[in-house]
Ligand binder design. Structure first.
Ligand SMILES: Cc1cc2nc3c(=O)[nH]c(=O)nc-3n(C[C@H](O)[C@H](O)[C@H](O)COP(=O)(O)O)c2cc1C
Length: 206
């Protein structure tokens, strides 16, 4: 069984071993607002971390000596909108991942349509099936690169028409057509059509 002392691996090797095995990863498409306008970028180091208050995290590496635009903007205005990326919007999401210089409006370049948010200033991308308006709870700086983990509280939920059965708060999850990120730069998976059910065991009766 191959085994490795992490301290003897290069950062690139560590990155490859993690990103090829921690799969599939959900993708957050994050909009922020900076001095030159709005910004959008996808992040797959992303998950939910609490439910009361509802909280999510995503983590952005540095770009050379500076922070990615998303982090620079949240440092200035501690608000953002997290969108769940679905298949119909995958090409637009991909355009948002281009490493443009600070101040370039990826939203215009990608063709996403926006609407004002309700509780925060950054706009939301209305074609995305799920949009969480968030306020920053805290930044956590990790490691040498460094990564900036952003923990945010969801203060307003938007879901596309037809997704929620409001009586029971059931969501038609396959209808979201969420994508997952797999290994390497370019691999993704679908979540809608390859699901299975496995009831959780009860405690044995005494
Ligand atoms: C699907 C996908 C997932 C990504 N996940 C991350 C991530 O978790 N962390 C990160 O730093 N960059 C990630 N990237 C790269 C960023 O999206 C890219 O660096 C982007 O240009 C950052 O934009 P910004 O400078 O406007 O914030 C990802 C790219 C793609 C296509």
């Amino acid at each position: 069984m191959p085994e490795y002392d992490a301290s003897k691996l290069t950062p690139e090797q560590q990155y490859k071993l993690m990103t090829s095995t921690v799969v599939p990863r959900p993708i957050a498409l994050v909009t922020t607002l900076g001095p030159d306008g709005p910004n959008a970028a996808p992040f797959s180091f992303f998950n939910m971390v609490a439910s009361d208050p509802p909280a999510i995290m995503f983590s952005a590496g540095a770009r050379g000596k500076s922070m990615k635009d998303t982090i620079r903007n949240i440092e200035l205005l501690p608000e953002f909108v997290v969108h769940i990326v679905d298949e119909p919007n995958k090409e637009k999401m991909n355009i948002c991942s281009t490493e443009w210089e600070y101040g370039v409006n990826e939203i215009e370049r990608s063709g996403f349509k926006t609407a004002p948010s309700t509780m925060v200033k950054p706009p939301r991308l209305i074609e995305c099936p799920v949009q969480f308006e968030c306020r920053l709870i805290q930044f956590v700086k990790i490691g040498n690169k460094p990564y900036t983990m952003v923990i945010g509280e969801i203060v307003y939920f938007h879901l596309r028409d037809g997704l929620v059965n409001e009586e029971k708060m059931y969501v038609d999850t396959p209808a979201i057509q969420a994508m997952g990120r797999m290994e390497g730069r370019d691999m993704y998976c679908r979540s809608a059509n390859d699901r299975f059910s496995m009831p959780r065991p009860d405690l044995p009766k005494k």
